[in-house]
Structure formats: C-alpha cells, structure tokens
Design a protein around this ligand. Structure first.
Ligand SMILES: Nc1nc2c(ncn2[C@@H]2O[C@H](COP(=O)(O)OP(=O)(O)OP(=O)(O)O)[C@@H](O)[C@H]2O)c(=O)[nH]1
Length: 367
C-alpha cells in the first residue's frame, strides 16, 4: 500500500456540529426564559415571535440541512448565513424594542452569536470576516436609525465592532495554527513511516501495513505472499566501493522493487540493513515467480560492477518467497519466517536466485 492520504473523521465532526446546533437551539430557549422575566409584559408577544418563530426555526432548519448529503460542501456558507440571520433578527428585536416601547434591548447577543458560530460551529476566518463586516455595518446603521443606548451609543458600537473584530482575528490565529499543525503532522507521519535512505516503508510501518493486508486476505479469503530480498556479498561491495556507493545500491534496489511491485496494494519496505520485504495479495506462486525473474533480470540489465571475490560480477540479490493460499491458517510472522528460510536456501544454493514455496501445497521450487 502506497502513501495514504490523510483521512479525517467527517462523521464524528458532523455529529459534533449537530450537538452544537442543538445546544444553540437550547440557548435560544434559555434566553426566552431569562428575557421574559426582565421584559415588560407588552413586549412579550413580538419577542416570542422573534425568538420562537425566527431564531429557533433558523437554527433547527440548519440542523435539518446537516442531514443533506451535500451539507459538508456548503456548511461554511450555511453557518455564515445562520450567523447573519441570527444577528439581524437580534437587530430587529433591538429596533422594535426601542422604537415601539422605548426599551433598550441588550446588544450582547450580537457578540454571543458571533462567537457561537465562529468557535462552536467552526466558521473559517474568511467567512467569519465577511459575516462580521455585514454585521458591523448592520449594527452601525441600527445605531443611526434606532439609537437605543442614548449617550452610550458610541461606546456600545465600539464594543460590538471591537468584539466582532477580535473574534475574527482569534479565528484567523486558530486557523493558521491548525494549518501548521496539519502540515507538521503530515511530515511526522512520513518521517515516522519512511526509511530515510530509500524512501520505502520502514520496518515499523512495513509490519503495520502487512498486518492490515494479512487481515484483509483473511477476511476476503485471498492468497498472500511474502518476499524477502537480500543483497548478495554486500559487505564486500561496501568494503571495495565505500559506504556511499553501498547506499546508492540499496536505493537502486528500492527503485527496482517499486518497479516490479507497482500495484496500489503491494507493500514494499526495508526490513533492515540490506534486507527488503514485499507483501502482496492475490498473486499465485507462478505470478510471484515471474516477478522474481523480473527483479533478477533488472539487476542483470543494470550490470553494476560488484566487488572482487563476490559470487557474481554484477550486483544482485537473493530472494525467498512464501505464497500462502489460505491466510487464515497462518500468522504474518510465520510467513516471514518461511520466506526468510527460502532466502537462506537461495543464498546456500549460490546466490542471485530465488526459492519459492507455497505452504499449502508443500511444493518447493528452486531456480
Ligand atoms: N552502505 C550501506 N551498507 C549497509 C547498510 N545497512 C547494512 N549495510 C551493510 O550490509 C552488509 C551486510 O553484510 P552481511 O550481513 O555480512 O551480508 P553480505 O555481505 O551481503 O553477505 P551475504 O548476505 O551472505 O550475501 C554489512 O557490511 C552492513 O554494513 C546501509 O544502510 N548502507
């Protein structure tokens, strides 16, 4: 399995958003209860219309929209629209309270709704900025047409504008930090799962992914094969050409393995030192043998001069393979052990060759 894209948890996020919307609806109801205690009697009817027939339905419609299959693609626009709708319905409340009853309805809801939509519903800062600008303009216009707070109009306007701006700026900082965190996280995932020299999976990631493939093969009743490849006389190569050239040969081995095992589900990794492991699903013994032939043929075609005294004039490797017809009957470590044993049979038989066995048929073939 090659690099996996980052997979988040959109389902959990959606559930969290639905809970946040329910909490928003509950808060509107709580305000109704608290406000009715404070407000003069004659204001109750239009107040209830505003809260229960405008604000609460707007939140509940948003909640309903969250069940639409395309909600995820439009959620930021929907939440921005929700923020503007809640804020303007609050302005309507302030305006009507003042113009019809001379009552200064508190403006703090404007700030609370902004913080709720930005932080609880997670509107990104760009959307939050658009909503804040629209809401700021609305509040300033409200203060011109309905100066409900008398000589406190200016300070109230400054407080609303300042708070909305601070909310947007805080979200900008938060979004930037989240972006940085995701980038660092993606780099860490690569660093913790890749071998620095070859770029292949390192031992830990190799074992993890192989176990996953093994489970898949057990579930789907697929064949699974493990291949171990070990460079021949590599100590001699290092001693004669130096460690740097040795590193280059290992990198070449990685490239060749990637060329031979190209399927998305093929797992190619560095098992350790000059030993590499490949785990593949659904390939027969014959198909695995064909891939081993390819691998050895590519090394031959590279004709990379080997050290004096090496078993071959060019650099190559020995290979051990186990093909398992029924993954259910074995563990991954058993398959690795069998492949390793075959590898050492190949070394004993003269190197630069492969030994492959199919554990269920007990057939063994040497090449
Ligand atoms: N350049 C380089 N060499 C490495 C690396 N990892 C392991 N080696 C070398 O690989 C060599 C392995 O030597 P041995 O285990 O004796 O095996 P060999 O010489 O290949 O002999 P056979 O396996 O019998 O063919 C050692 O010299 C290690 O130093 C590496 O990352 N870079």
């Amino acid at each position: 399995m090659r690099d996996k894209p980052y997979v988040g948890t959109p389902k959990r996020e959606l559930t969290r958003l639905r809970y946040a919307l329910l909490i928003g609806a509950a808060l509107v109801c709580l305000f109704v209860w608290a406000d009715l205690i404070l407000l003069p009697h004659q204001m109750h009817s239009f107040y209830l219309v505003n809260r229960l027939l405008v604000q609460l339905p707007v939140v509940l419609v948003t909640l309903l929209l969250s069940f639409h299959p395309r909600f995820h693609a439009f959620k930021h626009w929907i939440f921005t629209a929700l923020l503007i709708a809640l804020t303007y319905s609050n302005y309507w409340l302030i305006h009507t309270s003042w113009s019809m009853h001379g009552y200064s309805f508190p403006y703090e809801g404007t700030i609370l709704y902004a913080f709720y939509c930005i932080f609880a519903l997670g509107i990104p800062y760009r959307y939050a900025l658009v909503a804040a600008l629209i809401n700021m303009v609305g509040f300033l216009a409200l203060m011109v047409f309905a100066p409900a707070y008398g000589d406190r109009v200016l300070i109230s306007a400054a407080f609303v504008v300042g708070s909305l701006f601070i909310g947007v700026y805080a979200k900008y900082r938060l979004d930037s930090m989240m972006h940085l965190l995701r980038e660092v996280n993606a780099k860490l995932i690569v660093l913790s799962s890749r071998d620095e020299l070859t770029g292949l999976l390192n031992r830990r990631a190799l074992m993890e992914e192989s176990e996953q493939l093994m489970s898949l093969c057990q579930r789907e009743k697929l064949k699974i094969a493990v291949l171990m490849a070990d460079m021949d006389d590599f100590k001699k190569y290092n001693d004669e050409f130096g460690h740097q050239e040795g590193d280059n040969a290992l990198t070449l081995q990685a490239t060749i393995l990637n060329d031979v095992f190209q399927r998305k589900t093929d797992i190619v990794g560095r098992y350790g030192g000059e030993e590499f492991m490949v785990v593949v699903s659904g390939l027969s013994e014959k198909e695995m043998a064909a891939r081993c032939d390819d691998l050895l043929a590519i090394w031959k075609s590279k004709n990379l001069t080997h050290a004096k005294g090496a078993s071959s004039s060019y650099v190559q490797c020995s290979i051990g393979v186990t093909v398992c017809d029924s993954a259910n009957d074995h563990t991954l470590s058993e398959l690795i052990k069998y492949a390793d044993e075959n590898l050492y049979h190949a070394k004993d038989a003269g190197k630069g060759q492969y030994v492959i066995s199919c554990i269920n048929s007990d057939k063994m073939q040497e090449n």
